[in-house]
Design a protein around this ligand. Sequence first.
Ligand code: NAD
Length: 416
Amino acid sequence: MAAELNPFKIAQRQLKIATDALGYDDSVYEALSEPKRLLTVSLTVKMDDGTFKTFKGFRCQYNDVRGPCKGGIRYHPEETVDTVKALAAWMTWKCAVVDIPLGGGKGGIICNPKEMSEAEIERLSRAYIHEVAVIIGPNKDIPAPDVYTNPQIMAWMMDEFSIMTGYNVPGVITGKPIELGGSLGRGDATARGCVYTTREAAKEIALDLNGATVAIQGFGNAGQHAASLMHGLHNSKIVAISDSRGGVVNLDGLEPHDAIAHKKKTGRVAGLPGTEEITNQALLEMDVDVLFPAALENVITQENAGNIKAKIVAEAANGPTTPEADVIMHKNGIFVIPDFLCNAGGVTVSYFETVQNTYNYYWDESEVHEKLNKKMTDAFHTVLAAAKKHNVHLRTAAYMVAVKRVVEAMKLRGWI
Ligand code: NAD
């Protein structure tokens, strides 16, 4: 991977910009620029054909000064330790920017779940928990879903941890099925948070979301719900969507319901009736009001940032934009809602799930939405005010708010 596209190097560069802007000396940057703990695991799993295959996995605990670590587990054939470290760093800033009492963590396994049976995925998931159990738990580190992991996988993981512990420990993991202590409203929480912050950004630039055009790169959990909610809550027009196999466009607007059903049935968005094909690259550069990068890292770089025409870029994905691209889009007047602010709805409702598990008392969905709306709206305006005060773009402002909270906690505990 080219050094400038290494997500962890990017996370470190973003942090340095923030610690410099905050006037901290190098010792603060050094204390925050590497994870506190990183565990590598080797998982040997019996495959359906009777052979054994060994997978590599990771769990990274970046910083837990404000509370137990929190962060998803990603299954991906191109997963790297540096991606896990970057995502764990961003989780630290994400929890701090929405002011929830959690630290940052992340996990991953190098595997291709698309080529594995359900039973193989279950055995791999249980093996992972076996190896990381020593460092996770409701008061230590609480995993959750991420790319190519889902509530069923969380259920197996919770079950495995509970078997090892000797009693039910629902609070060890979030994003569980509702029947096992999952929170109502967790399914669409990431996208809902993105849509709440997009609503506030639209007010700021006087953009009417009613009829506004929307393109979405990545049509998974975050992307599908973003389409439904932009359409359902704001009557916005979803004109393009994509997944790893390509994209589709219909400038008159496509129906999210139909697109989700088509993706479920065929495994791809390509071939959706009434649409034409578009590449992922062309989708990003479409002349739309709102662009949601909702797939993976490094899709907006210095190569294409100058071609982005959206008025708002709402980063549902983690790490979609490189620091060079940030500067270009800021110069071009594009309103970028940075990833760890924009997509913090997922971890916020995961936190609500932990709270409900601890109380063993569950809220109705409207209460979850109301509390999420308040958290996201407050965080957005705190960051916007910091951006205006310090005359920086929103990503640096979000870093300044989050890093300051983490540093204050570290000072109080005598860590720095
Ligand atoms: P998902 O696995 O449900 O969906 C990912 C989607 O991206 C799939 O449709 C896949 O086909 C598509 N994709 C993969 N590679 C692509 C490529 N090169 N070009 C275009 N599309 C591609 O994952 P998700 O949970 O929706 O996560 C998407 C992003 O959102 C990730 O960056 C993740 O870290 C971030 N995120 C997710 C959550 C959450 O709660 N699920 C929370 C915060 C952030």
